[in-house]
Design a binder for this molecule. Structure first.
Ligand SMILES: [Zn+2]
Length: 230
C-alpha cells in the first residue's frame, strides 16, 4: 500500500528477534488481540488472575488508581487499557510474564506459529532500507521502562540495536522512537552520542523544552479512529 501511494516511512525496529529470541511483549500483545472475543474479554481474564495473586494489595491499588492522571497524553485509552498498563509496567514487573504464560497454557494459542508471522525477517528490513525507507532504533530487547535502567544497560540496548541495524542494512541509523515512551536524560545523552539526530515519543504530550529526540507522535490506532470519526 505504501508503494502504491508513493510513501516512504520510518520503521523503528528492535533487533533481538533477529537472533531467534521470541520477544514476549509482542507475542503477548498478539495473544491478547487474537485469542479473545475482544480486548475486554482479555482484560477480564487478566485482572482476575492478577487479583488472585495479589489479593488485598490488588483491591487497595485499584481503589487508589486514578485513570485521569495515568497516561493522560493518550486520550483514547480506556479505563481498562490504563489499568492494564499500570499493573504491567508499575506493579507486576517480572511477575507479568508467568501470568500470561499461564493464560497461554490454558488456551489453544500456538506460540511457534505466532512467532513466525509476527516479525520482519532480516532480508525484508534490508529491502525496506534499499527502497529508501528509514530504519530507526527502538532498542535491542524492547524494555518497557528504559528510563529506569542504569546508563550502561541503556547504552548496551541502543548500541546493540544500532550495530544490528548497520549489519542488516549497511546504513547507520540516525533516528529513534522510544519504546513505551520511556526515556530519561541519560537516554537522550547516549542517543546523541550514538549519532542519533531525530527521535519520537509515543504520545502527543507537550514537553516543556523539547529537544530533537522528543518529537510528539500520534499512535496509528488513534489516527485510524480519528479518520473513522470524520
Ligand atoms: Zn515498541
Amino acid at each position: 500500500m505504501l508503494d502504491e501511494l508513493g510513501i516512504k516511512a520510518f520503521w523503528f525496529i528492535y533487533t533481538s528477534v533477529f537472533e531467534g529470541t521470541v520477544e514476549k511483549l509482542e507475542l503477548f500483545r498478539y495473544f491478547r488481540s487474537t485469542a479473545f472475543g475482544d480486548v475486554d474479554d482479555f482484560y477480564h481474564a487478566f485482572f482476575r488472575m492478577v487479583e488472585e495473586r495479589l489479593g488485598t494489595l490488588y483491591v487497595k491499588l485499584r481503589e487508589e488508581f486514578d485513570p485521569a492522571t495515568y497516561l493522560p497524553n493518550s486520550p483514547f485509552y480506556t479505563w481498562s487499557d490504563r489499568w492494564f498498563r499500570f499493573l504491567r509496567d508499575h506493579v507486576l514487573g517480572q511477575e507479568y510474564f508467568p501470568i500470561i504464560e499461564d493464560m497461554i497454557d490454558a488456551s489453544k494459542f500456538d506460540r511457534e506459529k505466532a512467532a513466525q508471522i509476527l516479525w520482519l525477517r532480516g532480508e525484508q528490513v534490508r529491502d525496506l532500507a534499499d527502497q529508501g525507507h528509514v530504519i530507526g532504533l527502538h532498542s535491542h530487547t524492547h524494555p518497557t521502562t528504559m528510563g529506569k535502567l542504569p546508563y550502561d544497560e541503556q547504552l548496551k540496548e541502543y548500541r546493540s540495536n544500532a550495530d544490528y541495524i548497520f549489519r542488516l542494512t549497511g546504513k547507520t541509523a540516525r533516528v529513534v522512537s522510544h519504546p513505551c515512551n520511556s526515556y530519561n536524560a541519560d537516554t537522550l545523552e547516549l542517543l546523541a552520542r550514538l549519532g542519533i539526530e531525530l527521535g519520537f515519543r509515543a504520545d502527543v504530550g507537550q514537553v516543556r523544552t523539547r529537544g530533537p529526540l522528543e518529537y510528539r507522535r500520534e499512535d496509528h490506532a488513534n489516527l485510524l479512529r480519528l479518520i473513522q470519526e470524520c
